[in-house]
Design a protein around this ligand. Structure first.
Ligand code: NAP
Length: 494
């Protein structure tokens, strides 16, 4: 095991403060868990122990809520300009340390360094964007339709926020919540995923350096998320739950939050269709498919799960995609040559093995990959399945790995029906040179976001989020900050 204080970046700089070895970040201080327990952080590229961080109990979680409550009034009353300047400093520090942070993400998550660098840039941008949003919170003033009085709508911070994030974007999923919450004037307790806590703690140290006051951001890691989160949500001062993760856990948390009628933002799972029409520019479609499928080795909520290709270009597309997938270098995330890192853990890889076996047993053609390499690390090779039958399980489940599942379609009407045949509704992708068809299809697809001739939709300036069972609410854009604000209406005769 590497001692936390000796975790260094590829350029030799130390950037995780020694105190991180103590874990929990509460009220601006690093604290051991009250139980003394720790949780192991494993490098998925080697299966070796990277570090141990504190394993919080309900007692620790409530200490974090107390800290957030004590800091709430001061932060809400901090001038928006000042809040914005502190957020801007967070952006600058993240940008200055982008290489170090990317290396840490690759170490604990396993994603390729190029993906990790992209994540850091994306994550930092939520601070820059929300630094600008902090001073642009718009209220309303109007005259009542009856002409009897005026209506004033004021926006106030919603209160203490509990934020829960997944392992697949350990930096960006946190800053996509912390940026707007702090811009709105809220204080927060973040519970990052157990697999990737180091990035969250490294960022906590950076926020303090940028001037975020003690108690405004608190970070707790735990191996008992269910009881720890339930305890926090039961505190009447907590008014917001913002969750990013799987749909099943999202459902459980919605039920928990319902007990206390807490406002919820839910960024949940996806099952993205990627549609390539005959008239598409094939290289643009292939570039877009590689990004939509292979970013983070396929471990993204927006990953292309079902690839539909029109009959006239089907064989050509399959052959070219196979060629690109076969040539990807698989290896440790921290190696500069790696294009496809490991899966996050053994369970995630076992799921892929089962999904591919199921599809092949039902008649899918295995074009490349499909065999787990005999080496340490949770690797699974880039895999292409063609002629995937409708009944294959991977049509209804998130693959969450480097498996491209392709099937053929004939008509626009048919592919829209197939694409919408899912309980999920996060992202979709369409490739066509016919602009009017692109917009026509976009309107009919039941998804919150659509890439038109693009394999990437994420942008801090755009509203990210899903419909159906992919979630509630939006993060980013001008919408994001309003998830952390409450409208107050004042009726006045003046
Ligand atoms: P997950 O299992 O749902 O876990 C997400 C977070 O919830 C983790 O911090 C986890 O803690 C915590 N958690 C698990 N069970 C809980 C419970 N009963 N009560 C409270 N918290 C609980 O998801 P994941 O495997 O980390 O992430 C992958 C999923 O996230 C995929 O479904 C993906 O599509 C989705 N995702 C969605 C978006 C989006 O924006 N829509 C973005 C990224 C990922 P532990 O780590 O300690 O278990």
């Amino acid at each position: 095991m590497i001692n936390n204080s000796t975790i260094a970046s590829s350029n030799g700089r130390f950037y995780l403060p020694d105190q991180v070895a103590k874990g929990l970040y509460i009220n601006g201080l690093w604290q051991v868990a009250s139980s003394g327990k720790t949780l192991d952080v494993i490098d998925p590229s080697s299966e070796s122990l990277v570090a141990r961080v504190a394993d919080a109990s309900e007692v620790d979680a409530m200490a974090a809520i107390e800290a957030a409550a004590a800091a709430a009034t001061g932060w809400a009353n901090t001038a928006p300009r000042k809040r914005g300047e502190i957020l801007r400093r967070c952006f600058e520090l993240m940008t200055e340390r982008a290489d170090d942070l990317a290396w840490l993400i690759s170490l604990e998550n396993g994603k390729a360094l190029s993906d990790a660098r992209g994540e850091v840039a994306y994550a930092a941008e939520f601070f820059r964007w929300n630094a600008e949003e902090a001073v642009r919170i718009q209220g309303q003033l109007l005259t009542a339709p009856a002409g009897t009085n005026r209506i004033i709508v004021d926006y106030q911070p919603i209160g203490i926020c509990v934020l829960i994030t997944p392992w697949n974007f350990p930096a960006a999923m946190a800053t996509r919540k912390i940026g707007p919450a702090l811009a709105a004037g809220c204080t927060v307790v973040l519970k990052p995923a157990s697999e990737t806590p180091l990035t969250a703690y490294a960022l906590a140290a950076l926020y303090a350096e940028a001037g975020v006051p003690p108690g405004v951001v608190n970070v707790v890691t735990t191996t008992s998320p269910s009881t720890v989160i339930a305890k926090m949500l039961a505190d009447p001062r907590v008014r917001k739950l913002s969750f990013t993760g799987s749909t099943p856990v999202g459902r459980t948390l919605l039920a928990e939050a319902a007990k206390h009628v807490i406002s919820c933002s839910m960024e949940l799972g996806g099952n993205a269709p990627l549609i390539v029409f005959d008239d598409a520019d094939i290289d643009t479609a292939l570039d877009g498919t590689m990004i939509a499928k292979m970013r983070n080795a396929g471990q993204a909520c927006t990953a292309a799960n079902r690839i539909f290709v029109q009959s006239n270009i089907y064989d050509q597309f399959v052959e070219k995609l196979q060629n690109r997938m076969e040539n990807m270098i698989v290896g440790p995330g921290t190696s500069p040559h790696t294009a496809c890192g490991p899966m996050i853990n053994a369970k995630a890889r076992e799921k892929l093995v089962a999904l591919v076996e199921n599809a092949v047993s039902l008649g899918a053609q295995l074009k490349c990959g499909g065999a787990t390499p005999n080496m340490k690390g949770y690797y699974y090779p880039p895999t292409v399945l063609a002629d995937v039958p409708l009944q294959a399980k991977l049509n209804n489940e998130e693959i969450f790995g480097p498996v491209a599942a392709i099937s053929k379609f004939n008509t626009e009407e048919e592919v829209i029906a197939r694409a919408n045949d899912t309980e999920y509704g996060l992202a979709a992708y369409v490739f066509t040179r016919d602009v009017s068809r692109g917009f026509r299809v976009a309107r009919q697809l039941e998804f919150g976001m659509m890439g038109l001739n693009r394999g990437l939709v994420s942008d801090p300036a755009a509203p990210f989020g899903g419909v159906k069972q992919s979630g509630l609410g939006r993060e980013g854009g001008t919408h994001g900050i309003y998830e952390f604000l409450e409208a107050k209406y004042i009726a006045t005769s003046i």
